[in-house]
Every structure is written in C-alpha cells, then in structure tokens.
Design a protein around this ligand. Structure first.
Ligand code: UVW
Length: 324
C-alpha cells in the first residue's frame, strides 16, 4: 500500500492502545526490563544443564560479500587502522622504551548497524516517546529513554527460543511472510515448551541465514519487506499480559516491515516498545543456538546481554550470550 494511503499510527493502534506508561513511575527509562529482577536471573540460571554457550551477534564489518545486513539507508561499520606494523616502516611512529609495537583502529558506526538493542525512545508517534517523554528530548542526543539505562542494568533471565521457520518446515521464512502470537503458541506447543511470564522471547525466522546464503544484497533489498510478527490488538495484549521484557529476533526490525492490512511501517515498534516498554533486540545470529536446541529438544536457557554504554545513544551494538 502506498505510504499516503496508510492510516496514522494513532489511528491504527487506537487512542486506548495497551500501555505501560507510568507503571514503573514517571521517571522510568527501563520499561518492561523492570520485570527482570534477581529471581528472574536465577530462573534463567536454573535452565543451564550442559554449560554450552552461544554468542548471538553477527559478524560486524565483513568485507566479503554479502557484507553486513542493514536497515535500508544505514551503512556498515567503517573500521580503519590507525597503527599497525606498517607504521614502523618509516619515521613518525611512536617509540616506546623496549620497542613495543601495537595496532590501533577507529570506527564510524551506525549504532543500529549490527546486532543491537534499540533504546526505548528510538521510535515514537504523536510527539511522545516511551512513558510519555517529549519527542523533542531526542534532539541532538537522547535525553530520555536512551540506550544507556538498558546498558547500565544489563539483561539476564530465562530465554525461550521459538523456531517459527523450523515449525513451518523451511530453512527461512519468505519475504513478507507473517506470523502472530497464536503461531508462537502453536510452535511452542510443537516444541514442547511453554512461553512463561517474563521469558525473554527469542524468535528464529532464518532470515539472517537467508541473507548469507542468498549472498545477493540487490535481490535481498528488492521490494524490501522482512518476514515477521504482524500487528493486531490481540497480539499486543498477549505481549502485555505475558509481561514479555525483551523481544529478540534474527531480522533487521523484529516485525514484518509493512503491516499487510494497513500498510503502516513498523507498527509493533510503536505498540510494543513505545507503548509497552518492551526492549527490542534485532539482527541476532540464532543458527547454532537453534540447531543445538533442536538436537536435544531443549528450548530454554539463560539469556544475558548488555549493549554498549553509549550516552544519549538511540541504540547500541550487543553480543548477547546464551548459556544452556
Ligand atoms: C527502525 O526502527 C527504522 O530501525 P530498527 O530496525 O533499528 O529498529
């Protein structure tokens, strides 16, 4: 649907959209991560049976094709050496007693250009961010609901992997393929696992596997519509009632890019993050974890993560660690 035919976000979500604003006080910047207290960390720890660990960040700054998967308009990390062994080929390199040599580099990074946590204030509508903060507080740097409070707290708890691609018997979902909370419940049932309150919900679509296997960015971005969750009020209520603290997926934006019914872009960013305060983690690399879970049919684990402490950041890269 063309952009100008789509309703406004408020019209789609409703004036009475499910909301957690005020639930943790007027100054809250953590949202649903408040659900993750010490007991929730221990609930996650109790899921460790074999001690295997998995890191969920994709490679950052691959020079070989297809490069890094990115939301259109963003660019991959530009990393550059400042010092390396060649610096000592001529004059002007630093001289240290004992003859120490070392390598240094700089990087220009889209903070949302790899596996990442979105700040709760990363998206908004009607001039208000999470918890009702004024959208003007984003100007020049996020004064409110930046990624910093998430980074300061860190995330740990019981994670549950729902493998929608496996459930549908395919290596990866198709472009624009959708699913909802009922599909999540059906997949969980087939896996023999229950999505419990306060579980960190990790959803595999296989989309990052598709990115690397396709190895063709032009085809990947043609008519760009990722597969993912689709908006409905029932789905938003499901997330609110289950008190989901954190949604993690292997897609660039955690939801189908354009709501197929209304044409609205990324309504769940607004309904789940802006209104309910659910932390979003995107572009996770889930293949080895999913294979291990499928191999012994254990789909729950300790999930831990902490994005970088970027003051005023709209998001930050992260390398979550799962231990099972
Ligand atoms: C947008 O919201 C545009 O991007 P992200 O996928 O980083 O949340």
């Amino acid at each position: 649907m063309a952009e100008n035919q789509a309703p406004e976000m408020r019209e789609l979500l409703g004036d009475d959209a499910p909301s957690n604003w005020g639930k943790w006080g007027p100054d809250d910047e953590l949202g649903a991560l408040n659900y993750l207290d010490n007991a929730e960390t221990l609930r996650g720890v109790a899921e460790i049976k074999s001690g295997e660990s998995f890191t969920l960040q994709i490679h950052m700054g691959r020079s070989e094709s297809p490069g890094d998967p990115l939301w259109p308009g963003r660019e991959g990390i530009k990393r550059q050496n400042v010092l390396d062994e060649s610096s000592w080929d001529g004059d002007g390199a630093p001289a240290f007693p004992g003859g120490l040599h070392y390598a240094d580099d700089t990087a220009l990074v889209f903070l949302q250009g790899s596996t990442q946590y979105d700040a709760l204030g990363h998206v908004w509508y009607d001039g208000k961010l999470w918890n009702g903060y004024d959208a003007r507080s984003t100007v020049g740097g996020m004064d409110k609901a930046s990624v910093l409070p998430i980074a300061e707290k860190g995330v740990s708890g019981r994670g549950v992997l729902i493998d929608i691609a496996r459930f549908r018997g395919k290596p990866y979902l198709d472009k624009g393929e959708t699913f909802n909370h009922n599909d999540l419940e059906a997949a969980a049932k087939a896996q023999g696992v229950t999505i419990e309150p306060h579980d960190i919900l990790v959803i595999r679509t296989g989309w990052m596997k598709y990115w690397y296997e396709l190895n063709n960015p032009e085809k990947f971005y043609e008519g760009f519509t990722e597969p993912g969750l689709t908006y409905s009020r029932e789905l938003v209520e499901w997330f609110q009632q289950r008190e989901v603290p954190n949604l993690v997926t292997d897609t660039i934006a955690n939801e189908v890019t354009y709501d197929p019914e209304s044409g609205v872009a990324l309504p769940l960013h607004c309904a789940l993050m802006r209104n309910l305060g659910i932390a979003l983690t995107e572009i996770a690399w889930l293949e080895p974890l999913a294979d291990a879970c499928a191999a012994d049919n254990r789909w729950t684990f300790l999930y831990t993560a902490a994005p970088l402490k970027v003051v005023g950041g709209t998001g930050a890269p992260v390398n979550p660690i799962v231990i099972r």
